[in-house]
Design a protein around this ligand. Structure first.
Ligand SMILES: [Zn+2]
Length: 164
C-alpha cells in the first residue's frame, strides 16, 4: 500500500477509486492525525487523555476519488472505529468505578484490558479488506501524506506509473 503526498489545494489528477481502483467520483474526506503517544495516555488517563488528543491532533479535509460503494464502506468502518475508540476512553474509568463499588481491585485491570482491545479494533479495521480505506500518515502546512490501499489509484494520484 503506497503513500502519496498531496499538495494542499492541488486539483485531483485521477478519478480512480482509492480503495478498489475502479472509476470513481471525487468525495470530501476528512482525516485526523493523532500522535501515537496519545493512545497510551488514553489507556492510562481515559478522558484527560482525550483532551490532550484534541489539543494536539490536526485534521484536514480534502478531495479523494471513491466509488459510491467503497465510500459507504469506508465511512461505515470509520464510524465503527470511532465508536470503539470512545468506548475505550470510558473503559478504564468504568473499571475503577467497578473496583470501588465491588471492592475487587481486579476490575481496574479488566477496564484497562478492555481499553487495549477496543483500541486495537480500529487498527484491525484499517487493514481489513472490506472497510480499510485511505488513512492519514502526516498533515503538514502545505501537504498531506495519505496511505492509499489501491496501488493503481496511488500511482495515478501521484502522477507516476506503477512498477511492472
Ligand atoms: Zn472503490
Amino acid at each position: 500500500m503506497p503513500r502519496v503526498t498531496l499538495p494542499l489545494n492541488a486539483p485531483l489528477t485521477s478519478r480512480l477509486c482509492v480503495m478498489c481502483g475502479d472509476e470513481g467520483e471525487p468525495k470530501l474526506a476528512t482525516f485526523h492525525r493523532i500522535p501515537p503517544a496519545a493512545w497510551i495516555l488514553v489507556i492510562f488517563l481515559g478522558l484527560p487523555g482525550l483532551v490532550w488528543i484534541l489539543l494536539t491532533s490536526r485534521s484536514r479535509t480534502l478531495q479523494l476519488p471513491f466509488t459510491e460503494e467503497c465510500f459507504r464502506r469506508w465511512k461505515f468502518g470509520r464510524n465503527l472505529g470511532a465508536l470503539s475508540f470512545f468506548m475505550a476512553l470510558c473503559a478504564p474509568g468504568g473499571g475503577m468505578l467497578a473496583a470501588e463499588q465491588t471492592g475487587d481491585p481486579s476490575w481496574t485491570l479488566k477496564g484497562i484490558g478492555t481499553a487495549i482491545v477496543l483500541l486495537g479494533f480500529p487498527a484491525f479495521l484499517r487493514y481489513s479488506k472490506a472497510w480499510g480505506g485511505p488513512s492519514c500518515v502526516a498533515i503538514r502546512d502545505q501537504e498531506t501524506v495519505i496511505w492509499i490501499p489501491s496501488d493503481e489509484a496511488a500511482h495515478a494520484l501521484s502522477g507516476t506509473t506503477p512498477p511492472a
